[in-house]
Design a binder for this molecule. Structure first.
Ligand code: EPU
Length: 302
């Protein structure tokens, strides 16, 4: 979709929003899949209510993009524009055990920065790619830890009220790869309360998790992490592996031979390839185990 109306273009500049025509979503997602559309990069949170009003009034559909690391985007000319936050500097400010973090901050860099200041708790999340906002939205977790545990306050743009709101921890529910945020809420900033721990100790935890991840996940390849959520008490990866599906492919979309719940883009996979691989694997698991796998990856259809 192209924003070409000169009045809208002028208003975007007034709102301090950078307009990039024909951005390729394959460059903005870890899977390296996705068509093209206009990208609107937001430099000031405060402009969001006016920006969203502008888009709605002019019937311009839109989606919010975080780090693009858990996302499968459709092919071709996309029927909506994409909004993304600029990262503010500094993106992490510490105050005792509280970390004030911009949603556009890189999750791994934030964890490392806190660790160097003797604040721990999130060692398991170090290898999870993406932004802090993306991790928050879906309550990212690994190795027994999840980001929701440490959240004290979240600043969010709520599409429903068209306002920026600050939610306290008791107003948000964090469950396994799920939160009570609405799909069109946009994470802006978070305050985390982290336990004090000596850097050396945190580093040891980080090393252990990194080693486990390196030995079991296809880190060097283009992926969106795990494709399916684990059903209660079972591992989706183990079930897919037991069916002998590692290496199964549709075009360049392939079930990783390292971890069966990671589907990789081994070359120039299209969204269509990846979608059919997902559907095929889901059907086979349903047939053999009677389990209906739910997507963990977020899908934006064209
Ligand atoms: N397994 C296999 N074959 C495979 C993959 C796994 O037999 O191809 C077995 C493993 O040997 C292990 C069990 O299944 O006995 C569980 O595997 P693993 O420890 O890798 O955990 P997982 O349940 O597959 C979950 C998260 C990961 C997270 C790891 C580590 C989900 C859907 N996945 O994977 O998160 O990194 O635990 O905590 O919750 C993600 O969210 O994108 C993600 C990758």
């Amino acid at each position: 979709m192209r924003v070409s109306d000169s009045k809208i273009v002028a208003k975007l500049a007034e709102l301090n929003v950078e307009l990039q025509h024909s951005a390729s979503l394959s460059d903005l997602t870890s899977l390296g899949i996705g068509g093209t559309t206009d990208l609107l990069r937001i430099k000031s949170h405060e402009s969001l209510p006016d920006l969203l009003n502008l888009l709605d009034t002019n019937h311009v559909p839109h989606k919010f993009l975080g780090g693009g690391s858990n996302l499968l985007v459709g092919d071709g000319d996309l029927p909506w524009v994409v909004l993304q936050l600029f990262r503010s500097e500094p993106d992490v400010v510490l105050d005792g055990n509280l970390a004030h973090v911009d949603a556009a901050a890189d999750l791994g860099r934030m964890i490392t920065f806190c660790a160097k200041n003797d604040l721990g708790g999130m060692e398991g999340l170090i290898g999870v790619p993406g932004t802090v906002g993306g991790a928050l939205r879906m309550n990212a977790g690994a190795y027994g830890m999840q980001i929701g545990t440490y959240v004290r306050e979240v600043k969010v743009y709520r599409a429903a009220s068209r306002k920026i709101e600050v939610l306290r921890d008791h107003q948000i529910s964090f469950e396994y790869r799920h939160t009570s945020f609405a799909p069109d809420d946009m994470m802006l900033a978070v305050i985390l309360e982290l336990p004090s721990k000596p850097y050396k100790e945190i580093l040891q935890g980080i090393r252990i998790c990194n080693e486990k991840r390196r030995s079991s996940q296809p880190l060097g390849q283009k992926s969106a992490g795990c494709i399916f959520k684990n059903p209660p008490g079972v591992s989706a990866g183990r079930m897919i592996d037991e069916l002998g599906l590692k290496g199964l492919s549709v075009g360049d979309a392939q079930v990783s031979d390292r971890h069966a719940n990671f589907f990789v883009n081994a070359g120039h996979a299209s969204a269509k390839d990846m979608q059919s691989l997902i559907a095929d694997v889901r059907e086979r698991v349903q047939k053999s185990f009677g389990v209906s796998l739910e997507n963990e990856v977020v899908v934006w259809n064209a």
